[in-house]
Design a protein around this ligand. Structure first.
Ligand SMILES: [Zn+2]
Length: 252
């Protein structure tokens, strides 16, 4: 790890301890070390899978997560979903653990995520604002009956079918056309605005969505995610490794 990143982690540690309203925002990069691929990883899986047609590949990940595609092509949809987002047995890494420890200690005031993997909750976090909901929320595409993730996890080779009407059960975030939940976004944005220290982990989300006048720490191992705004401190490292160091320094 280079000296700049080491100094910036020290600075983050100091700011966490001195913070009045610490908020964290996590994206896909927080969960890659728990085996859940980010967008680059999903594209790799699609390319190497061999069973997706050229027409499917041309649609891209977001085209394949479209509700019409999922309802009309459940085999292909579930093949993709179960290789990527749907990881019910994934285990939290240091990022999730340290953030939940900070919440328990009363230091982290709000935890916001675009991830649907429930890894923050698995690590013990109680107040997670989920912009996209989570993979436990599934619905029948015909009668709307709700299902938890166990129906999808029970036999990973089968397409989950509604017990009421026999139609396909689809993850709610897909049925909603990947639209975020407005109430969650409103709550998240209010928390971001209030934060005197904001930690942004592993997301490519546009920075204009972070309306914040405090110090923003951006932890991301991808150089193209660096930001040059005056109040931003970039830590261009793997999030799991950064949080391991923080855990020691903060003596959590
Ligand atoms: Zn149904």
């Amino acid at each position: 790890m280079n000296n700049v990143d080491i100094e910036n982690i020290d600075f983050l540690c100091h700011k966490i301890q001195a913070s009045k309203h610490l908020v964290a925002f996590t994206g896909a990069g927080a969960s890659t070390d728990s085996g859940i691929p980010d967008l680059d990883g999903i594209n790799e899986i699609l390319k190497n899978d061999g069973l997706f047609s050229y027409a499917h590949l041309r649609m891209g990940v977001f085209g394949l997560l479209n509700p019409n595609f999922a309802i009309n092509n459940p085999t292909e949809f579930y093949r993709l979903y179960r290789k990527t987002f749907f990881q019910p047995y994934a285990v939290p890494n240091s990022t999730h653990q340290v953030l939940s420890q900070l919440e328990r200690a009363g230091i982290l005031k709000s935890l916001i995520t675009t991830n649907i993997d429930t890894l923050h909750q698995k690590a013990g976090a109680k107040n997670v604002v989920e912009y996209w909901g989570n993979m436990r929320r599934n619905r029948c595409c015909s009668c709307n009956k709700k299902y938890d993730w166990d129906l999808l996890a029970y036999d990973q080779k089968k397409i989950p079918l509604c017990k009421n009407c026999g139609s396909t059960v689809i993850p709610e975030f897909v049925l909603r056309g990947l639209a975020s939940y407005p109430a969650a976004v409103k709550k998240g944005e209010a928390e971001i605005k209030k934060a005197d220290v904001l930690i942004v982990v592993g997301t490519r989300r546009s920075f204009s969505s972070f309306d914040n006048k405090g110090v923003i720490f951006v932890i991301n191992n991808k150089y193209n995610s660096r930001h040059n705004d005056k109040n931003v401190v970039n830590i261009t490292q793997n999030a799991n490794e950064v949080f391991k160091i923080l855990q020691k320094k903060l003596q959590l």
